[in-house]
Design a protein around this ligand. Structure first.
Ligand code: URA
Length: 284
């Protein structure tokens, strides 16, 4: 399968099939296995090859709301545990030191329910950093971010962007331990949990020094941009923000996109904005 055909196949899997009535013609040009893999998707008004920044129409607040969170149940308030021997020198740690501290962290109550911490994965010199919310069940079990169904979609988003997990990409989460509710179901971290974990993400960002950060969903966006939780997150899309001096593009969380596939075209617009931002930076 050629790279172009693979890219088209993954765009289709994202729900971003060819635009206009050329879809059928385009499918005919694909290698047979690509065409057979493609599912029937609704055409959307986004060019699969566009790299120019797309100014997306501002969605209604309900397009984000709580729907972009990973977990279906509402976040339950969890009191942060008292700080236990806080690591004060995180800002000067190297990768190995940081990993060791994270794996033993007891800064918040999430440590009690974890199988293991999920530090992050990828190229430590990556130009692209993707930040999610927190580990779910699969990630807690495997120790790697985005290994479940949302991770499969994220990998497909990478391919659509011409990227690959582990190559010039790094994936981190806002919190490194799996948040669960009283029924052991995945939930979003509460602000105190995100805040407790933020020094680790901060150090990861310093060590990587990426060209562009893509915030996947509300939790990552609010934590990175230090915004009030009441901020209507819908307004964060379509604009390039800054974390220190690093551009941040906000898009939907892949888990939300699995629940709301019609929003994939907006996510693609966000990724196009991220790609344009990356190219602008590379071109000085
Ligand atoms: N969702 C996230 O935000 N992170 C993961 O690692 C998995 C699912």
């Amino acid at each position: 399968m050629s790279n172009q055909n693979r890219r088209i196949a993954f765009l289709q899997e994202m729900g971003l099939g060819p635009v206009w009535s050329q879809r059928a013609a385009m499918l005919q040009t694909l290698e047979p296995e690509v065409a057979s893999l493609s599912e029937v998707v609704e055409p959307v008004a986004v060019s699969a090859t566009a790299t120019a920044p797309l100014r997306v129409a501002e969605p209604s607040a309900s397009a984000w709301g709580d729907d972009d969170l990973v977990s279906t149940p509402a976040a339950v308030p969890v009191a942060p545990t008292a700080l236990v021997q806080p690591a004060t020198n995180i800002g000067s740690m190297n990768w190995d030191q940081l990993k060791a501290v994270v794996s033993n962290c007891t800064e918040c109550g999430l440590c009690k329910g974890r199988t293991q911490t999920v530090f992050g994965v990828g190229d430590q010199k990556a130009r692209w950093l993707f930040v999610g919310e927190g580990p779910g069940r699969n990630e807690d079990f495997q120790g790697e971010p985005f290994v479940g169904p949302a991770g499969k979609l994220l990998d497909n988003m990478f391919v659509a962007m011409g990227l690959k997990r582990g190559e010039n990409t790094y994936i981190a989460n806002t919190v490194k331990c799996r948040p669960t509710d009283e029924n052991k179901r995945d939930r979003a971290p509460v602000a105190a949990e995100s805040d407790a974990c933020m020094p680790y993400l901060q150090r990861q960002i310093e060590l990587i020094n990426p060209s562009v950060i893509v915030a996947l969903g509300k939790t990552a966006a609010l934590s990175l941009l230090k915004l009030d939780p009441a901020t209507p997150v819908a307004r964060l899309r379509g604009t390039v923000h800054r974390y220190t001096d690093i551009p941040v593009v906000v898009t939907y969380h892949p888990a939300y996109l699995l629940r709301a596939p019609k929003e994939k075209s907006k996510a693609w617009a966000d990724l196009c904005l991220a790609m344009q931002t990356y190219a602008d930076k590379a071109n000085g």
